[in-house]
Design a binder for this molecule. Structure first.
Ligand code: HEC
Length: 197
């Protein structure tokens, strides 16, 4: 009986410590975080685009968390300053990511603000970055004999357009690009670190 009691006490203490350090302390640290001063809430098109980002597995190759200069050369890579908690205020779930098969996208909207570039790159990454290993997303587009009113026809680099046809972006592709160009956290981090007491 004595051993069972020790086992039970030991497990309860371990569980309590784990809950305190992984749930209670992070909650206390982060519950007062306010949105960063330069951060805008997502529009409904951007939120739909964010959903496409999740559905299409972009997170498996792209992170959204530039690291501090002492940890990694992310700033020199042009990915922006280290992110802070307040940058993620409107993100639920956050899309930090762990893999970096492709570049970090936390500031892609500042680095590459062209809607046409993003749309074309999603249709065929290799048309823009020779040898790119990013998958193409042809199902976000429609290939038609000719454009209809209201269609967003994409302009591809020479040689990538299907002969005699037009490539039209579906609403999913347009929403995804709205989300990508909204990813701009280049405002100063100082004001972003204000924590409500
Ligand atoms: C298999 C890994 C992989 C997946 C999945 C992937 N990418 Fe990429 N992505 C890359 C690589 C590698 C590059 C760098 C080469 C290039 O520009 O194509 C890249 C580049 C990019 C760039 C340009 C970044 C820059 O700094 O110029 C954007 C934007 C982008 N990806 C968006 C997306 C989106 C949106 C999705 C999901 C629909 C996605 N990627 C899915 C690997 C991936």
């Amino acid at each position: 009986m004595e051993n069972e009691l020790k086992l039970l006490t030991g497990s309860m203490v371990t569980l309590a410590l784990a809950t305190a350090s992984l749930v209670v302390m992070p909650y206390m640290q982060l519950s007062g975080v306010k949105p960063a001063a330069g951060l805008k809430p997502y529009t409904s098109a951007q939120l739909r685009g964010r959903d496409q980002y999740i559905r299409n597995g972009c997170i498996y190759c792209h992170s959204q968390q530039p690291r501090d200069k002492v940890q990694a050369p992310d700033f020199q890579r042009g990915w922006g300053r280290a992110s802070v908690a307040a940058d993620y205020y409107y993100d639920n779930p956050h899309l930090l990511g762990t893999m970096r098969t492709g570049p970090d996208l936390f500031n892609i909207g500042a680095r590459q603000p062209s809607v046409d570039w993003h749309i074309g790159h999603l249709y065929q990454p290799r048309a823009y970055t020779p040898g790119s290993i990013m998958p193409s997303y042809p199902f976000l587009f429609e290939i038609k004999p000719e454009a209809e009113p209201g269609d967003k026809v994409i302009t591809l680099p020479p040689g990538y357009n299907p002969a005699g046809k037009v490539v039209v972006a579906k609403p999913e592709a347009l929403d995804l690009v709205q989300y990508l160009i909204s990813l701009d956290h280049t405002y100063p981090a100082i004001s972003a670190q204000v924590i409500k007491k």
